[in-house]
Write a protein that binds this ligand. Structure first.
Ligand SMILES: Nc1ncnc2c1ncn2[C@@H]1O[C@H](COP(=O)(O)OP(=O)(O)O)[C@@H](O)[C@H]1O
Ligand SMILES: [Mg+2]
Length: 205
C-alpha cells in the first residue's frame, strides 16, 4: 500500500487529538505503519519555533513575520518527517497543517494569506485528505479550557474569535471540497472515528 498524508483541522477543543489517537489505534490494529505528528512542531527545529510562537503575550512579530515562522517550521517538518514517511509508504497523521495557517494568520492579513499560499506551492506537499472537525465553538471552547496548558495564546481570544475561526475553516473546506471532509464533531468519539475511517477507506480503494 502507498503512503497517505492525512491532516486534522478545526478549532481548539473540537476533538482533533482525540480522533488522532483513536485513528492511530485503528491503524496499529491493522498493522498499518503510521507516523503521528503535529504542527507547529513535529521536529526539534520546528518545536523551537512552536515554543516561541505559542508563548503567552508574545506579540513581538507582525502577522506576516509570524506566518513566515510557521512556514519555516512547516518546511522543516515536511523535509524531515512527512516526506520521508510518505516515501516509506507510511500513513502520516498530522494534527493541523496548511489550513490552520490559512485560517489563523490568513484571517488577519491578505498578505499573510498570499505569503502562505505561495510558500505551500514551493514546499509542494499537500495532504491527500483533511478532516475538518466542525462543531459549536461554545462547546469546543469549554472542552479546550478544561484542559490546562501553557499554550493558551490562541484559546484566550474568546468565543467570538472562535466563531470567526469556525466560519473561516468552513469557507476553506467548501473551496477545497475534494480534499477536505467536514465531520460533525458533536457526536460520540467512536462514531466520528468510524466516519473518518470510512472516508480513508474510500480513498485507498
Ligand atoms: N466527541 C467528543 N465528545 C465529547 N468530548 C470529547 C469528544 N472529543 C473530544 N472530547 C473531549 O474534549 C476535550 C478536547 O478534545 P481534544 O481532542 O483535546 O481537542 P483538540 O485536540 O481539537 O483541541 C478533551 O477533554 C476530550 O476528551
Ligand atoms: Mg489537540
Amino acid at each position: 500500500m502507498k503512503g497517505l498524508f492525512i491532516s486534522f483541522e478545526g478549532i481548539d477543543g473540537c476533538g482533533k487529538s482525540t480522533q488522532i489517537n483513536l485513528l492511530a489505534k485503528y491503524f496499529a490494529g491493522q498493522k498499518r505503519p503510521f507516523v503521528k505528528t503535529e504542527e507547529p512542531g513535529g521536529t526539534a527545529g520546528s518545536n523551537e519555533i512552536r515554543k516561541m510562537l505559542l508563548k503567552e503575550n508574545n506579540f513581538q512579530w507582525s502577522v506576516e513575520t509570524e506566518t513566515l515562522l510557521f512556514m519555516a517550521a512547516r518546511n522543516d517538518h515536511v523535509e524531515k518527517v512527512i516526506k520521508p514517511a510518505i516515501k516509506e509508504n507510511k500513513i502520516v497523521i498530522c494534527d493541523r497543517f496548511m489550513d490552520s495557517t490559512l485560517v489563523y494568520q490568513g484571517m488577519r492579513s491578505d498578505k499573510a494569506k498570499i505569503l502562505s499560499l505561495s510558500l505551500f506551492k514551493l514546499i509542494g506537499t499537500y495532504p491527500d485528505i483533511t478532516f475538518l472537525i466542525d462543531m459549536d465553538p461554545e462547546i469546543a471552547l469549554n472542552r479546550a479550557l478544561s484542559r490546562k496548558t501553557d499554550e493558551d495564546r490562541f484559546e484566550n481570544y474568546g468565543i467570538n474569535f472562535q466563531y470567526k475561526l469556525r466560519k473561516k475553516f468552513l469557507d476553506i473546506a467548501k473551496k477545497n471540497n475534494k480534499r477536505i471532509k467536514i465531520i460533525d464533531g458533536n457526536q460520540r468519539p467512536e462514531t466520528i472515528t468510524s466516519q473518518i475511517i470510512e472516508n480513508i477507506n474510500g480513498l485507498v480503494q
